[in-house]
Design a protein around this ligand. Structure first.
Ligand SMILES: NC(=O)c1ccc[n+]([C@@H]2O[C@H](COP(=O)([O-])OP(=O)(O)OC[C@H]3O[C@@H](n4cnc5c(N)ncnc54)[C@H](O)[C@@H]3O)[C@@H](O)[C@H]2O)c1
Length: 315
C-alpha cells in the first residue's frame, strides 16, 4: 500500500504500532513532543522490527530497509503532512487527547482518519474537541503489544461516520490485524470486560482459599485457555451442545449456570485484605522464583509467537 501513517506519541504502544506499520510497508512518521521519548522509540522500533523479522521470516527480512521507512519529528505539522491515517497513542489523559485531536483536526487533511489507541477514555468525549471534522475520529484500541497481538477494537463515537469505520476496518484488515467493531462506547470495550470478569473470579478463588494463583493459571492455560485460542467463547459452547449446538447448550445447562452464577463473586471493588492474600500466595509461584522478569517476558514472547504462527496458519 505504501501509505503514509503518523504515530502520535512514541511510548510503549506508539513504538509498537510504528514498527508494525513499517513492517507492513507503510511510510511512518513518529511524533512526540519529548526528544528523549523519540530517542527511546527509535531503539524500541529497531528492536521490535528485528523481533518481527526473526519470528516471521527467520531473520531474513531486510530490517534496515524497514527501518528506513520510519522518520521521527517533534513537529505535529510535519507528522501530519500528507498522512492518510493517524494512530494517536499519547498519555492516557482526556485533556491531552482532546487538545491533540483539536490540533490534529485543524492541521490534517479532512480525509485523514484520526484514530486513538485509548484503553479507557470515551471517543465521543475526545472527538468533541475536533470541531471541524469529528466524523473522522475513532478509537482503534490495540491489545498490547500491537506488533504481535492481532486484536483491534474499533469503536465509533456518536459523531463518527460509517465511512470512517469502514476505512479503519479496511486498513486494519490490510495490516493483518483482527478488527472488531464495538457498537457502543462502553468502558473496557469487549476484551477487557471479558478479562475483568475472569479476573474478579480469579481473585475470589484465591481470596476464599479455593486455589493458588499458580493452580488457577494451570487451570486456564491447560483447560479453557487452549480452546479459547481456537474457538473463542461462543463457538466453544456451541460445540459443547453437541449436534444440537447452542440451543441445546442453553437449555440443557440452564440450571447448572443458575447454581454456578449465584455462587460467583459479584463485588465491584477488591474485598478487604484481598491484596494481602494475593501477594502472600504469589510468593509460592515456582516460575516467578526461578526466572527473572526479563527472562520471563522473553520466554512469554517466544511462546506467543508460536501460538500466533499456528493461528495464522489455521485461518
Ligand atoms: N500499555 C498498554 O498496555 C496499552 C494497551 C492498549 C492501549 N493503550 C493506550 O495507548 C496509549 C499510550 O499508552 P502507552 O502505554 O504507550 O503510554 P506511554 O506512557 O508508554 O507513552 C505515552 C507517550 O505519550 C507521549 N506524550 C505525552 N504528551 C504528549 C502529547 N501532548 N502529544 C503526543 N505525545 C505525548 C509521551 O512522551 C510518551 O512517549 C494510551 O492511550 C493507552 O491507554 C495502552
Amino acid at each position: 500500500m505504501g501509505i503514509k501513517v503518523a504515530c502520535i506519541g512514541a511510548g510503549t504502544v506508539g513504538s509498537s504500532w510504528a514498527a508494525l506499520f513499517a513492517w507492513r510497508g507503510c511510510r511512518v512518521v513518529v511524533y512526540d513532543p519529548f526528544p528523549e521519548a523519540l530517542r527511546k522509540a527509535e531503539e524500541n522500533i529497531a528492536r521490535t522490527v528485528t523481533t518481527l523479522s526473526e519470528i516471521f521470516l527467520d531473520g531474513k527480512a531486510g530490517v534496515d530497509e524497514v527501518l528506513r521507512r520510519v522518520t521521527y519529528t517533534e513537529s505535529l505539522e510535519e507528522a501530519l503532512s500528507g498522512t492518510q491515517y493517524v494512530q494517536e497513542s499519547a498519555v492516557e489523559k482526556l485533556e491531552v487527547k482532546r487538545s491533540l485531536f483539536e490540533e490534529m483536526d485543524n492541521i490534517a487533511d479532512p480525509e485523514t482518519v484520526l484514530a486513538t489507541s485509548t484503553s479507557g477514555l470515551s471517543i465521543t468525549e475526545i472527538q468533541k474537541a475536533a470541531k471541524k471534522h469529528p466524523e473522522r475520529c475513532i478509537t482503534a484500541h490495540p491489545y498490547n503489544p500491537p506488533h504481535l497481538i492481532p486484536l483491534v477494537e474499533v469503536v465509533p463515537g456518536e459523531l463518527t461516520s460509517k465511512r470512517c469505520i469502514d476505512r479503519t476496518v479496511e486498513f486494519m484488515d490490510w495490516l493483518g490485524k483482527k478488527p472488531i467493531v464495538v457498537k457502543k462506547d462502553v468502558p473496557g470495550m469487549v476484551a477487557n470486560r471479558l478479562a475483568a470478569a475472569l479476573w474478579r473470579e480469579a481473585v475470589n478463588l484465591v481470596y476464599q482459599g479455593i486455589a493458588t494463583p499458580e493452580e488457577i493459571d494451570i487451570a486456564v492455560k491447560y483447560g479453557p485457555g487452549i480452546r479459547w485460542a481456537i474457538t473463542g467463547v461462543y463457538l466453544t459452547y456451541h460445540l459443547g451442545g453437541g449436534a444440537g449446538g447452542m440451543k441445546y447448550f442453553l437449555e440443557f445447562f440452564k440450571d447448572h449456570y443458575k447454581r454456578l452464577w449465584s455462587d460467583l463473586a459479584c463485588w465491584s471493588e477488591y474485598p478487604d485484605n484481598s491484596f494481602e492474600a494475593i501477594l502472600k500466595s504469589m510468593e509460592d509461584y515456582k516460575v516467578i522464583k526461578r526466572m527473572a522478569y526479563d527472562e520471563l517476558t522473553k520466554w512469554r514472547d517466544e511462546q506467543l509467537a508460536k501460538i500466533l504462527k499456528l493461528l495464522i496458519e489455521g485461518g
